[in-house]
Structure formats: structure tokens, C-alpha cells
Design a binder for this molecule. Structure first.
Ligand SMILES: *Cc1c(COP(=O)(O)O)cnc(C)c1O
Length: 376
């Protein structure tokens, strides 16, 4: 059925359609005919540097290649292990595999669904080159502990902050906790756009230089057809850069609205915990409301109940990474990820996009509260 309130709204960019069409027209008809890695990409990188305070931001083709570029720039490859969460999206494991290294899966916290530092620590071996935690849904990973752990074990710290752009933990923006962080600009992310894109964020200028080489076939941007290293095609689009420069000033307001919606949901759902519906933790520190995800005992029943009331919902992710056919061969025999399994069986994400009206948010909360039989 079609939902009156779909989980993925079809009108995310409606307000900016005229701006987008104008940018396409302007860039398409400009005399320089520069469509990738031009002055608009450079301006977006400068704007994101200013926004994050990072020494460098490098725009690239996607969040996934941002991870790959960082791992390659760190010289992580065959024989190396990278500890990643057992619950999360495929690029966490595939980026590691794509550089020839081995992903090692660590279980997550049963409530927040971010990786458990002690599980990460117990997965570290003599071959561990890096740990790569990811922020999940609305909760940033425990970066202070993970940073200490990386320092203590002498391994690199890559922060998959693809979903958390705009989040701040203890005063430090998401993306700046790791030696390098990444952002994704795919449609549904907090700074999503009308196509593919991503960025690497880092204070390490040598690493930034290597990422810049790697994103454009090993070329340095000065001498064409001089390939310093074997690189990738992970360049950034000028129309997208122009559009994102236009969208950037509104990001903080959109994030505030998401947080407001989440606060309302969490307050409404607090009593439901006794009825098998658990909201994420309350609060704003270390949070970024990319996705508002509940933990529900009778998840599929709630999903149907909401659909009957015109409310779309979504399941991220139905299966732990080490249970995926693509990654099963990296699962260590005899190892289990019970919290990841539970999360897969119980998570249900509700709409929380910024242009939901108060009445719509209330309708969604009412629909959830009806289901549980709990108080309204
Ligand atoms: C979306 C996402 C990515 C990948 O970003 P793309 O731009 O889609 O390639 C990586 N990690 C996490 C945690 C993500 O949610």
C-alpha cells in the first residue's frame, strides 16, 4: 500500500528545485565546461573545513569510497585486520575487503546498537591495523573510549561518521574523532543530496594529500597523466557541489528539527518500555538524528499496524554483517554476535525528516502508542 506518511519522503528537495535547475543550466552552459573537481568542489571543501574546524576535507565520489580512500591512504592492505561493527551497513566490511584487508566483526551494544569498545578490544590481534567504529541511527559511537583503545594498542582509528554529519560529542564534531572521518551525501543522509557524494575529514595533512591523490587516479591536480600511486576514480561533481553549498546553511536548522521530533517521540514512548517498545536514549550530546530507530519485541506486527495507519517504517538492517553471504567467510569460527542478531530482529525506524509537521509527528507517535496498548 502507499503510505500517507512514507518512510522515504519523495519531496526532500522540492523547496530547492529552482536552485538546482538554475545550477544545472549555469554549469552546463558555462564556457569552461568544468563538471568535476572544479572551483565549486573546492569551495564546498573550504566550507566544510570551516564548519568542522578540520585541517582538510576532501570531497569524493561516495561515503563508501571515502572509507576505501582512507584505508588505502593509511596503507592498510593484505595481511591487515580492521575491526568493524557486526551490525551496520555493508560498506563497513566491503571497504576493508576492497583494499585486500580482513574485516573482524565486533558485537554492538544491545540498546544503542553502536559497537561495544570491550568487544573491539577483544577482537584486536597482532595483525590489527585499524579499528573502524560507525555511528548508528541517532547515536554516536563511544569515541573517547575507542580513541584511547586505538592509542593503547597502537592501531589506526577510522571514524565511519557517514550518518552523523552535524552531530557533536563532548564538543567535538562527528568526523573529527578519528584520525580520519567520512561523510556521505547520499539522498537520505543528514546532508544528503540529489545523487552520490562523500567526503573525507582529517587533521592529518599527509593523509589528506594521499587521499587527494587516490581520488583522482594518483594525479596531484597539477601535472596531468603523472600517476604517483595507483588510485581510483572518486571525483566530485560540480553541480552537486553547487547545490550542497546552497544547502549547507540550512543544515543546522534541519538537524535541530530532526532532534526536536526525536525528543518528542522519545518522551511519548518512554512509558512503552514495559510493553516491548524501547526508544533510543534521550539527550543531545553525541546524537545526530539521521534515523530514529526503536527496538520492538513484535517488530513486524508494529510495522503492519503502522502501515494500516498510513505510516511508513523501515528495517535497518535485517542481518548482521558476518551473516551476509558476502562476508561470511570473514566470520571467525565459533564467534557469535548476539546483540547484533537481536538488533536485526527488533529495530524499526520511524519517519523523522525535518519537513514533517507537528500534526504528522503526533499522528506517528499516536500510532505507535496505540499498538503497544501502553498509555497515550
Ligand atoms: C551510508 C553509509 C555509508 C556509505 O555511504 P555511501 O555514500 O552510500 O557510499 C558508509 N557507512 C555508513 C555507516 C553509512 O550509513
Amino acid at each position: 500500500m502507499t503510505h500517507a506518511l512514507p518512510f522515504f519522503p519523495p519531496d526532500l528537495f522540492d523547496d530547492d528545485r529552482a536552485v538546482l535547475l538554475e545550477a544545472v543550466q549555469r554549469i552546463a552552459t558555462a564556457t569552461e565546461q568544468k563538471f568535476i573537481l572544479g572551483e565549486r568542489t573546492a569551495a564546498l571543501e573550504r566550507a566544510l573545513r570551516a564548519e568542522t574546524g578540520a585541517a582538510d576535507v576532501i570531497a569524493c565520489g561516495s561515503g563508501t569510497t571515502a572509507l576505501t580512500l582512507v584505508l588505502r591512504a593509511m596503507d592498510i592492505g593484505p595481511g591487515d585486520e580492521v575491526v568493524v561493527p557486526a551490525f551496520g551497513c555493508a560498506p563497513l566490511a566491503s571497504s576493508v575487503v576492497s583494499v585486500g584487508a580482513t574485516p573482524v566483526f565486533a558485537d554492538v551494544h544491545p540498546w544503542t546498537m553502536v559497537v561495544e569498545p570491550y568487544e573491539v578490544e577483544s577482537a584486536v590481534t597482532g595483525r590489527t591495523a585499524a579499528i573502524m567504529p560507525a555511528h548508528m541511527f541517532s547515536v554516536m559511537a563511544d569515541m573517547p573510549t575507542l580513541r584511547e583503545l586505538a592509542e593503547h594498542h597502537g592501531v589506526r582509528l577510522v571514524e565511519d561518521s557517514a550518518v552523523a554529519q552535524g552531530g557533536v560529542l563532548d564538543g567535538v564534531p562527528a568526523g573529527r574523532w578519528g584520525e580520519a572521518g567520512v561523510y556521505s551525501f547520499v539522498q537520505v543522509k543528514t546532508f544528503g543530496t540529489i545523487g552520490e557524494g562523500g567526503a573525507v575529514v582529517t587533521d592529518d595533512e599527509e593523509l589528506a594529500h594521499r587521499v587527494r591523490l587516490l581520488r583522482n587516479h594518483g594525479q596531484d591536480g597539477r601535472t596531468r597523466f603523472l600517476h604517483h600511486v595507483v588510485g581510483y576514480n572518486s571525483r566530485f561533481d560540480e553541480v552537486m557541489a553547487d547545490f550542497q553549498l546552497h544547502r549547507l546553511p540550512g543544515l543546522a536548522g534541519r538537524l535541530r528539527r530532526r532532534a526536536e521530533i526525536a525528543d518528542y517521540y522519545t518522551a511519548r514512548f518512554a512509558p512503552l518500555v514495559d510493553y516491548g517498545v524501547q526508544a533510543p536514549p534521550a539527550g543531545r550530546n553525541g546524537r545526530c538524528f539521521y534515523v530514529y530507530s526503536l527496538l520492538v519485541d513484535h517488530r513486524d506486527a508494529l510495522r503492519h499496524h503502522l502501515a494500516d495507519r498510513g505510516v511508513g517504517s523501515h528495517v535497518y538492517y535485517p542481518s548482521p554483517l558476518p551473516a551476509q553471504p558476502a562476508f561470511a567467510r570473514f566470520a571467525r569460527p565459533g564467534q557469535f554476535w548476539p546483540h547484533a542478531e537481536l538488533a536485526c530482529a527488533r529495530t524499526l525506524a520511524l519517519p523523522c525528516y525535518p519537513h514533517l509537521t507537528d500534526a504528522e509527528v503526533e499522528h506517528i507517535a499516536d500510532a505507535v502508542c496505540d499498538f503497544s496498548g501502553g498509555p497515550r
